[in-house]
Design a protein around this ligand. Structure first.
Ligand code: BGC
Length: 413
């Protein structure tokens, strides 16, 4: 049995959600359209999700009661700016009340300005393949920070800025040039008022121009946030898999690390932290991507149960940026809650190894607070510390939530 490990004072112990995955009825967003077109690859629509848009006060109280001192949630651009240039005061007031609820419970609110979903009008005007999108994002950040900034505890501009190259290069999804041929893609483009070739939702924006637009949006968004109300740390988050090389796979693995991670990590000037989001590892041999290693347990996502990946990606992110790290997402989808405890225990061991080596790791955020809408996979994967009954919306705290909450409260494990 290990000795008790103390975490640095002010260490952030959080859980995370994203608006589209928990709020419900995010009807003005592009993903809502993607879910509903005929032939959609989404296995089911997001529907009421966890009705967090209405239940946030009870939900935040529950997270505080469990022992967490931070809550990371996203602001929904499609709600805040439902038509270009029209900002909804009522929606901003809604998010203001979420921030207030966090403060009332001693929770630091970390907000994400963009978590995969975009307003329909943005996609109609070229989406993430249009350079103007960076300025539009910055204007949304500016107006939102003006209204909310005094209550924000920390901010992420864009969630997983590198997700589109990651999912196409690692073959989780076909690249847009193949998607052009699919009927559902054309139907979604048509519904959003663009040609299939100009259809650029965030999750599919992979071209060099799109990557440049996303990085520019981050930089301009960050400037707008920092110039506004409040005084808090601002960063970006990245999906960082531990990309490993197996005999002869070194060149390919290095190329993948460069294209998926370094292009982003090496362009973060002026950020206060980098948000590391890690779930597993991936391996490359001389011929390319390797399947899961025989004998290694798989999660509900069909990738390896590999909590050690987190230590590797924290070290990688710090070596490339020199910035402090906040683990803004780490977690596992499983129906066996004892495996969740095991996963977090081993991931936290990695975090403490980094801290013991003097590396600046400022927080750990578990994905996710609730079982929620796992994008195209719907509600089957269960990442949550808290289960949600889809019929009644009743919340049930899992043992892993109490276990991690107790660590958070003690600031030691
Ligand atoms: C995303 C979340 C997602 C999680 C689990 C991350 O890529 O930020 O929205 O639910 O991973 O797959």
């Amino acid at each position: 049995m290990n000795a008790q490990i103390e975490f640095p004072k002010d260490f952030l112990w959080g859980t995370a959600t994203a608006a589209h995955q928990v709020e419900g009825n995010n009807v003005n967003s592009d993903v809502w359209v993607l879910e509903h077109v005929p032939g959609s690859p989404y296995v089911e629509p997001s529907d009421d999700a966890c009705d967090h848009y209405h239940r946030y006060r009870e939900d935040i109280a529950l997270l505080a009661e469990l022992g967490f001192n931070m809550y990371r949630f996203s602001l929904e651009w499609a709600r805040i700016e439902p038509e270009e240039g029209e900002f909804s005061r009522a929606v901003l007031e809604h998010y203001r009340d979420m921030l207030r609820a966090c403060h009332e419970h001693g929770i630091t609110p970390m907000v994400t300005f963009h978590h995969f979903t975009s307003p329909r009008w943005l996609i109609a005007s070229g989406g993430w393949e249009s350079r103007n999108t960076a300025d539009k994002f910055a204007r949304y950040c500016e107006r939102t920070t003006e209204y909310l900034g005094d209550l924000i505890g920390a901010a992420c501009t864009i969630n997983e800025a590198n997700i589109a190259p990651l999912i196409t290069k690692l073959e989780f999804s076909p690249p847009p040039r193949q998607l052009h041929k699919e009927a559902w893609w054309s139907a979604a483009a048509k519904a959003l008022g663009v040609s299939p070739r100009r259809f650029a939702p965030f999750l599919y924006a992979t071209s060099p121009k799109a990557i440049d637009t996303i990085l520019t949006a981050h930089r301009k968004g960050m400037e707008a946030i920092k110039a506004g109300a409040g005084d808090f740390q601002v960063g970006i988050t990245l999906a960082l898999l531990d990309i490993q090389a197996i005999e002869g796979g070194e060149t390919l693995a290095a190329q993948m690390r460069h294209e998926i991670n370094d292009v982003f990590l090496e362009n973060l000037g002026g950020d206060d932290f980098v948000g590391v989001q890690t779930y597993s590892r991936t391996r490359f041999g001389p011929q390319g991507l390797l399947p899961a290693e025989e004998g290694v347990e798989l999660t509900q996502m069909d990738y390896e149960f590999w909590p050690e990946a987190l230590e590797a990606t924290i070290r990688y992110a710090i070596s490339k940026t020199g910035l402090p790290v906040i683990v803004t997402e780490n977690g596992v989808s499983t129906t066996d809650d004892t495996r969740r405890v095991e996963y977090i225990r081993r991931a936290l061991q990695g975090v403490t190894n980094c801290i013991n080596d003097g590396l600046p790791v400022r927080g750990y955020t578990y994905w996710s607070a609730f079982d929620n809408f796992e994008w195209s996979l719907g509600y089957r994967p269960t990442f949550g510390l808290i289960a949600v009954n889809r019929e009644t919306q009743e919340r049930t705290v899992k043992p892993s939530a109490r276990w991690l909450g107790a660590i958070a409260r003690a600031n030691a494990f």
